[in-house]
Design a binder for this molecule. Structure first.
Ligand code: ATP
Length: 519
């Protein structure tokens, strides 16, 4: 990560802690690596993100229903899903620094820093040289040096994916040696052999014998597959239909250094869409578009989001892509859209002995449905939303002098607090009473905050830092004509509005329908 990007990322992390969005888990004991707690504003923002997802999936689709499955499942589930045998990451240690890495990440970082960066630099230079007439696609497709570099990237990735898929870890050792990859901490190339590491956490059931191993689910999807028949028999759904779920998942990630981007305990928002075999491509394309639209509706600029097709497919997939977001540390996976074939239902049918098929009344035949999945991490979504919203601009202080201000330009529909109610001064009881009266009236409609501490300028700054879209200020004029000042976060514009109208005005702007109607 470049120094400037690192600084922005560090600022966002500090902001989260300072304002009460995210804390390190068990901090008073020194913390627990890659586990985080959400504070008072974090939980509100996270709940709003979940609500936006849930409403867009379940409330807005007649043919999608929700469930909430348990975290613990009968252990054969994880045998059938392939997680016991194949949910591994390749790990490697540097013998000098004792630092542990994911071997595939080491190789990908090498590509990024040693080859891709050079391509990007040449593109930037050419763009400067040719000005408006520069055509990036044409340059990438014709420049000899760039083509050679791209071919090198493709060759490395294809060899790595092939070796990982066939379990040839010796070749991954060889690739790391050939590329002369060194540890960023010790600077040496003194590596252990690459070995596979299963990411599932296990614990013991009530019987506490060694056969009683229980896993903490590494994805929520399997809770949906094992309930396929239950839902089918109780919900009157016909194929195509979907089952949605939001819930915790657990992975013993080897390296977890990027705040809430890669956690050991995290939350997923997953939807499995069951379709006729052969129709998966059509629904895969449909969900790919729909999910991008969902992200864009929040106001994220289109150039911050992109699709990334998977070169190496997981054992269950026939098509797969990631929706990537440009975090301060670069483009990374935010959501996965996977065409999972009939792998999961067929495998559960085989392991459970229960028929998991669907009788199609139109075709008059039974089949195992195919599945298109959309899976987005709630925490990664939280981080993308915050990274996008965190901005620094200028605002006048009490003497009219411009000062830097930190502002979270969150979409009003997901902002943790929708509206702050502020008496101009704390000492004037008539003002604080009136402010309380207004607060107690509007608190039924949306999340509000009453605040009377510090100067009103400081309180505005604090609400800007929390991403509160509106502030209502109560002053002497309020007592005379029953109007208040309504201040908007982004423009900082203030207008005088009647007390009776303020709740309706704010409600219109912060209503989640504004978001959903764009989908
Ligand atoms: P990665 O390649 O980054 O490890 P993945 O491809 O294993 O991710 P999936 O199994 O497709 O991820 O999981 C679906 C979604 O769950 C991801 O797109 C991501 O948003 C989220 N997710 C996965 N692992 C984590 C994690 N360790 N911490 C936070 N979110 C995660």
């Amino acid at each position: 990560m470049a120094k400037q990007e690192q600084n922005v990322f560090q600022e966002i992390v500090s902001h989260c802690k300072k304002l009460g969005f995210v804390y390190q888990s068990s901090e008073i004991y020194g913390g627990l690596s890659a586990v985080y707690d959400y504070g008072p504003y974090g939980v509100l923002l996270k709940n709003n993100i979940k609500q936006y997802w849930w409403k867009s999936m379940v409330q807005m689709h007649e043919n999608i229903v929700g469930i909430d499955a348990a975290i613990f499942m009968e252990p054969t589930v994880w045998k059938a899903s392939g997680h016991v045998d194949a949910f591994n990451d390749p790990l490697v240690d540097n013998k000098d620094s004792k630092k542990r890495y994911r071997a595939d990440h080491l190789i990908e970082e090498y590509i990024e820093s040693k080859i891709q960066k050079k391509i990007d630099k040449d593109v930037a230079k050419a763009a400067k040289r040719f000005g408006d007439s520069f055509n990036k696609e044409e340059y990438l497709a014709t420049d000899k040096r760039t083509l050679d570099r791209q071919a090198k990237i493709d060759a490395i990735l294809s060899r790595m994916n092939n070796s990982l898929n066939t379990g040839d870890l010796k070749d991954i050792d060889a690739l790391i040696a050939e590329l002369e990859i060194a540890c960023s901490v010790s600077g040496t190339k003194n590596w252990t052999e690459v070995r596979q590491f299963n990411l599932m956490f296990s614990t013991q059931g009530g019987g506490a014998t060694s056969d009683d191993v229980l896993y903490l689910r590494p994805e929520t999807a399997q809770g949906i597959f094992v309930n396929f028949l239950n839902v089918l028999n109780t919900s009157r759904q016909k194929i195509p239909f979907g089952i949605a779920q939001i819930g915790k998942a657990f992975r013993n990630e080897i390296v977890a250094r990027q705040f809430i981007f890669r956690m050991r305990e995290f939350e997923q928002m997953e939807m499995q869409f069951f379709v006729r075999p052969g129709e998966q491509k059509q629904f895969y394309e449909q969900w790919k578009e729909a999910r991008m639209k969902w992200h864009l509706a929040l106001g994220t600029p289109a150039d911050k989001l992109r699709y990334h097709d998977h070169e190496a497919l997981a054992h269950y997939a026939d098509m797969a892509l990631d929706i990537e977001f440009e975090y301060p540390f670069g483009f990374r996976e935010l959501e996965g859209v996977h065409s999972r074939t009939d792998f999961d239902l067929s495998s559960h049918e085989e392991h459970s002995g229960k028929k998991l098929q669907y009788f199609d009344p139109e075709l008059k035949e039974s089949y195992t449905p195919y599945v298109v999945e959309t899976s987005v991490g709630c925490d990664r979504m939280f981080l993308s939303v915050l990274s996008q919203a965190y901005q620094i601009d200028e605002a006048p202080d009490s003497k009219g002098k411009m000062q830097q201000r930190v502002v979270l330009r969150l979409h009003p529909a997901i902002a943790p607090i929708k509206c702050a109610v502020l008496p101009l001064v704390k000492k004037d009881e008539a003002l604080t009473n009136k402010a309380r009266e207004i607060f107690n009236k509007i608190k039924y409609s949306f999340e509000c905050q009453y605040d009377e501490k510090d100067s009103v300028g400081k309180r505005y700054r604090r609400q800007d830092e929390l991403g509160t879209p509106y502030c209502i200020t109560i002053d002497d004029q309020t007592l005379e004509d029953n109007t208040v000042t309504l201040r908007e976060r982004d423009s900082m514009e203030q207008e005088r509005v009647a007390v009776e109208a303020v709740e309706r005005i704010v409600q219109q702007k912060v209503d989640m329908r504004v978001l959903l109607q764009q989908l």
